[in-house]
Design a binder for this molecule. Structure first.
Ligand code: IMP
Length: 415
């Protein structure tokens, strides 16, 4: 049995949470493969709210096993806090011994670098994601498995602080004492040791036993470190291919790829966004979609659907099916715009170039609809909503199989 995968097709916040939550019921294993606690969504179950940043969404299905793969960067402090929302996690949650850790100094470096960038800031979530991945690639990072030998880890960390002292001092980042580090690490080790495992073996065993495995992507395709709008990206491989290295899977072990997109586009943080609307329409979408970041509370930038960027994202991920989220948030617009091509220096192009800041969107306008809220059958959608979906399918070349018409899990059209 191959592992299925869910990936964001835009700049994150596509509503993956609702679909993963919906599908997690059918899966035996839910596995994160990249990112860290920069991600986040809230799931409401039986009237109780759960905030998930690192723990896979399968945690709300009592039968599912949840895995934080080696490609994730894990803040032990954030993970422990998140775990406190749940009982009886033993045997239901595993974290890779090869996943790299995020410490307080990573977040401090993230903040200090952002402050120095001034108006060129990336607009990171300030969680220390970039600095932790940078240490990993520089072969200076610390892996979760090292928590199993706290004394050795503490000594290594003190060496690391000494080596990086000039950088820390230049950025005004405090270096903790040996005692502080020892207390912190021992606490993490006590809390996390029972959950540390060779998660590659766990996932291989699951696949070999024909268990259903869902790979849960975080952020979105256009935030990918290689294929996104660099440098305004996150520091991981967010595309489907990231699951190969981020879990330890061969490409042929990935089965169906489900891409998630909103019926419009949003972005948090800085960087190019061709279809952004700075006027009333953008404001109206922000209100209708309650577009404020779950992790940082920042208002999201809003705009029209970008079918060019979507086609690029679908190809990069090998997307089989698309789930179109928040269609109801476009309710009541008289006209709806879809970006069907770009222009650069007066020349029309239909692909995403390396520098997206120079493109001008070419729009097609379509008639809107009154309301699709709560519709659960495709046939019941207004004709104009069907035409909108058809337009997206035609330009992108992928079938829209799921359509979400309200935050409720059940208000989802399946085709
Ligand atoms: P970082 O991942 O904190 O380094 O932030 C880098 C960029 O990715 C910024 O533009 C963030 O706003 C964006 N970003 C990171 N995580 C998410 C997410 O979960 N949703 C949307 N944007 C995100």
């Amino acid at each position: 049995m191959r592992a299925d995968l869910i990936v964001g097709l835009q700049w994150g916040d596509e509503g993956k949470g609702k679909i993963v939550d919906l599908l997690a019921q059918e899966f035996d294993y839910v596995v994160r493969y990249q990112g860290g606690h920069n991600a986040g969504h809230t799931i409401v179950l039986d009237g109780k709210k759960y905030a998930l940043h690192l723990i896979p969404s399968g945690i709300l299905n009592p039968k599912a096993i949840n895995v934080i793969g080696n490609g994730v960067v894990v803040s032990p402090a954030a993970l422990i806090k998140e775990m406190a929302q749940f009982e009886n996690l033993q045997g239901r949650l595993y974290v890779s011994d090869k996943a790299h850790m995020i410490f307080e100094h990573h977040a401090a470096i993230d903040a200090a670098k952002e402050a120095r960038r001034g108006k060129n800031a990336i607009g990171t979530t300030g969680r220390g994601i970039g600095p932790s991945y940078a240490d990993k690639v520089a072969r200076a990072g610390f892996r979760i498995g090292e928590l199993l030998d706290p004394k050795v880890l503490v000594a290594k960390m003190m060496d690391y602080y000494e080596e990086h002292r000039p950088l820390f001092e230049a950025l005004g980042v405090a270096i903790p004492t040996h005692e502080q580090v020892a207390v912190e690490i021992e606490g993490y080790a006590r809390a996390l040791a029972p959950f540390i495992a060779d998660t590659t073996q766990i996932v291989w065993n699951a696949i070999d036993r024909d268990k259903r495995v869902l790979l849960e992507g975080a952020q979105g395709t256009l935030l990918d470190i290689d294929h996104g709008t660099y440098p305004f990206v996150t520091s991981s491989t967010t595309i489907a291919g990231g699951a190969c290295s981020g879990v330890g899977l061969a490409p042929k072990e990935i089965g169906k790829v489900i891409g998630i997109a909103k019926a419009y586009t949003t972005r948090v943080g800085n960087g190019p966004f061709p279809t952004e609307d700075h006027g009333e329409d953008g404001e109206r979408i922000r209100k209708a979609g309650a577009e404020f970041g779950t992790t940082t509370g920042r208002p999201r930038r809003c705009g029209w659907f970008d079918a060019v960027a979507m086609r690029y994202a679908c190809r990069l991920n090998g997307t089989d099916d698309v789930a179109l989220m928040k269609l109801d948030c476009l309710d009541g617009f008289e006209r709806i715009k879809v970006c069907v091509a770009y222009e650069v220096d007066g020349k029309r192009i239909d692909y995403v170039p390396a520098d997206l800041s120079r493109v001008v969107p070419v729009y097609e306008e379509m008639p809107g609809w009154k309301s699709v809220v709560g519709i659960r059958h495709y046939d019941q959608l207004p004709e104009t909503a069907k035409q909108y979906i058809q337009k997206i399918e035609d330009v992108v070349g992928v079938r829209v199989r799921l359509i979400s018409t309200s935050p409720d899990r059940l208000d989802t059209i399946k085709r």
